[in-house]
Every structure is written in C-alpha cells, then in structure tokens.
Design a binder for this molecule. Structure first.
Ligand code: TYD
Ligand code: MG
Length: 438
C-alpha cells in the first residue's frame, strides 16, 4: 500500500522509489512475541513490525483481557506500549490490571476517541506497540458520520494503518462483532488489516478459541485455545488433552476423531444419542457439526449400513463446545451414531479418520499422518482409516491401523460386540451387513 504523504509531520521513510525484487532484503525484522506461544503460532510466529492485527469477538469474550496481558508482556521486555481505550477509563483498566496481577510498568494509557489526537500522541511518544480498544469507539472529525459507522471505522483504521506502516510499529485493534456478525466494523476491516483473529467463546464454557481467518504473514485457520480463569486468560498448550479430559471410557455413542484446525491436529470427541421418537417427524439435532452433513451421514447409515434410523431422534454433539466442520470427521460421526443405535461402545483407544461418501465408501482425509501422530501422542492405540490410505502412510505412527473400504466395514471393525446388552443390534443384523458388502 502506498504511504500517503502526511500533513501531520511524518512521512514514510521509504517514499515511493521502485525497488528491484531481487534486491529487497528477505530477512524479516524480528517478530514480536505476544506472551503466549500459542498466540504467536496463530500469528505465524509472532507479531510483524508495522503490521495491523484485528482481534474480533463478541463483547465480553475477553479481547481487552487478552490485549492487556499481551501488552504487559511486551512492556516488560522494555518496549513502550500505548494502550488507547475508548471504552474504559484509566481506573477501570487499572482494576483489570490489578485483577490480572500486572505491574503496568511501561504501559501508557490514553483514554481518547479522536483518531487524529491519537496519532498526534503516537507521534509524540513513538511507542513500540499500540493497542486500540476498540476501533468502533474511534472517530475523526473529518468524516461526518458517527463513531462505529462504516465510514468512521474504515477511515480511522486507515489512518492508524498508515502510521503503523510508516513507523514500522505494530498496532493491535480490538473490534466487536455481534452474534450474527452483522456489526459493520470488523467485516469492513477484514479487507484492510494484515491479520484478522477471531476470539470465540460461545458454548465453550471457560475455554476460548483464537482463530486466524486472515494472515498476510502466516497461514489461516490456525487455532489457539485459552481458558478464562481468575488470573485472566491462560493458554491451553495441549488442547486435544483438554478436550478429551472429561471423557468417559467405553461410553456408548462416543467416538474420537482427529481433525485439522489449520496446521494443528486436534482430537475431539463426537457424541451421538439415538432414541425412538415420539414425533411423526423424528428430530435431528446437530451441535458443533454441520446439520446437512449429519443428515447425509444418517441417510448413508440407513441405506448403506441398514440401520433403521428413520424413526429415531438423533442428537449429535461435539464435546467441549467445539465446531467440527471438516469431512475428515465424517467417519467418527457415523460411528458415534451407529454406536448409540446399536448400544455398542467403540473399541477403547480407537480414533476414526475419514470422509464418508454417499455410497457408503470411505475417503482419505488430508494430512492423515499428522492426525495419526496427534492420536499416538495422546495414547490412542488404533485408528480406523479408509482402505485407500493403505500404503500411503509412513509406518512410524505406533498406532495399529485398521483399514476399511466402506462404512459398514468400519462399523464392524470399530464397534465392540456386546452380547445380551439389549441394544438394537442383533447378530442377525450384523450378518446381514456382512452379506451386503461385496
Ligand atoms: P473483556 O476482556 O472485558 O472482554 P471484551 O473486551 O471482549 O469485551 O472480558 C470480560 C469478561 O472476562 C468478563 O465477563 C469477566 C471475565 N474475566 C475473567 O473471568 N477473569 C479475569 O481475570 C478478567 C480480567 C475478566
Ligand atoms: Mg473490552
């Protein structure tokens, strides 16, 4: 982006002379750590100098907390931080800082909403990191609409970005989004800023997920997990473990899948409950999985694996409030439903990875080896996989690999046979299934 010549006494040090690409130095100036290793990873290895990162999330999710904690960490390294708050007074921020046990040394608070005043202050003080909480509260007298309007948000962000680029100083913006994501601000900003991170907390209890949806300096869809406690946000360095912590062993209707969130494999429990419906149209509820995907898998189970699910209410739930949106979790979802319906638990220590097709065939999920490595790390002993993956996976995982060409076959290999437990399953049904598969 060209740096506009400024009327406020500062100009870009690299004013527009063309440079040969080959001659552009490739080493990045040192990235800045924001305290949490997980957050640095989501940023692509720390914050890039001169970049502008938007932290978007619903009010109350913890944006201010996270930013203040990060600011304190950076300040403690001797970097001057300017924390601009348009929402809270110095007193309120002090209270939060006390709660979080932060010293506050090196953090300068500015309660100001006029962006031109803010830039004036930035020029006076030349901080090494700027936090703006939140972008929606800022305005400039040069735009006529009110604070929070699209014009104002865009104009204010633009001015801050120019300053950030010119000075090589990173700026963190907090931005509110409402549940339906309608609030103009962050959506408008997504195209402008370098990095967009969403802090999510809905249905997650004390857990928070920080997700990169845009990153000019790293990959997107990276996820970091935090837990909101009395001392603010702590990072959860082992999310798979945290997600499986409260899992009951040998439970019927519970399957563990290995999904990829960005570059991070995550082990997640998918639960299903089937029960005979009292309604003319049985109920289907999908929590944390895609509703249409669940309907498709139910149909495949009914048609290709001959489970009589037509009169069953079916609830599918992802434990821990997580959302699982990738097809690699299909097989696990299918096994969870089958497990509940048959009242047969899935074999202990088994993980499922694979996509389910309409004819009941199984397909490989990308980066199966990384998913397997995560399962092995957490002590799982076997994995059911599409037969397609045979021979394509390095044999070093330490897991017993069980290959199945079809969903029916995967069910047979994954469900524990229980005798006389009163499930819907019957040996004759299993025998049927065996005949069905060519
Ligand atoms: P906040 O950072 O103010 O959210 P945002 O800036 O996104 O609106 O976080 C607000 C919530 O976090 C509030 O409900 C209280 C809770 N909280 C804790 O549970 N522990 C803490 O240490 C702090 C500072 C906040
Ligand atoms: Mg806040």
């Amino acid at each position: 982006m060209p740096d506009a010549p400024s009327s406020r006494g500062w100009t870009s040090p690299s004013a527009s002379e063309p440079q040969e690409l080959a001659g552009v130095p490739s080493e990045e100036r040192g990235r800045i750590s924001l305290r949490y290793r997980e957050m640095d990873r989501v940023l692509g290895g720390g914050l890039v100098p001169g970049s502008v990162a938007l932290f978007a999330g619903e009010p109350g999710v913890g944006k201010s907390t996270l930013l203040l904690q990060a600011a304190d960490f950076v300040a403690a390294k001797g970097v001057k931080v300017l924390y601009v708050s348009g929402e809270e007074s110095e007193q309120q921020i002090k209270l939060r800082s006390n709660r979080l046990g932060l010293s506050g040394r090196g953090i300068y608070l500015l309660a100001e909403t006029d962006v031109d005043q803010i830039i004036h202050q930035l020029e006076e003080r030349l901080p090494g990191l700027v936090v703006i909480d939140s972008i929606q509260t800022l305005s400039t007298a040069e735009a006529s609409s009110g604070p929070g309007s699209v014009t104002q948000v865009r104009e204010c962000a633009l001015r801050l970005m120019r300053w950030a680029k010119a000075r090589g100083t990173p700026v963190l913006l907090a931005g509110h989004v409402t549940k339906d994501g309608t609030l103009a601000g962050p959506r408008v900003l997504e195209h402008m800023v370098d990095v967009v991170l969403y802090l999510e907390g809905e249905n997650l209890g004390a857990h928070r997920l920080l997700r990169s949806v845009k990153n000019r300096f790293g990959s997107t869809n990276e996820v970091a997990m935090f837990r909101m406690g009395d001392g603010g946000l702590e990072e959860v360095s082992d999310p798979s473990k945290a997600l499986l912590e409260e899992r009951g062993q040998g439970a019927v209707g519970s399957a563990v899948v290995s999904v990829l969130e960005g570059s991070r494999p995550l082990l997640v429990e998918i639960q299903a409950l089937t029960s005979p419906s009292a309604l003319p149209v049985p109920r289907r509820t999908a929590n944390g999985v895609d509703y249409n995907r669940m309907i498709m898998i139910t149909a495949v189970l009914a048609r290709r694996a001959r489970l009589s699910l037509a009169n069953q209410d079916i609830i599918v739930n992802v434990a821990g409030g997580l959302r699982v949106s990738e097809p690699g979790a299909d097989l696990g979802m299918a096994l969870a439903i089958a497990s509940s319906f048959r009242n047969q638990p899935i074999k202990p220590g088994l993980v499922a990875i694979g996509e389910v097709g309409l004819s009941g065939e199984l397909r490989s999920a990308p980066q199966t080896d990384r998913r397997l490595a995560e399962a092995a790390r957490l002590g799982f002993s076997s994995c059911v996989l599409p037969a397609w993956a045979r021979g394509k996976i390095p044999a070093t995982t330490g897991l017993e690999l069980v290959y199945a060409p079809t969903l029916g076959e995967a069910m047979r290999l994954s469900l524990e046979r229980r005798s006389g437990k009163g499930g819907v399953a019957e040996e004759s049904e299993l025998a049927n299934l065996e005949k069905l598969e060519e």
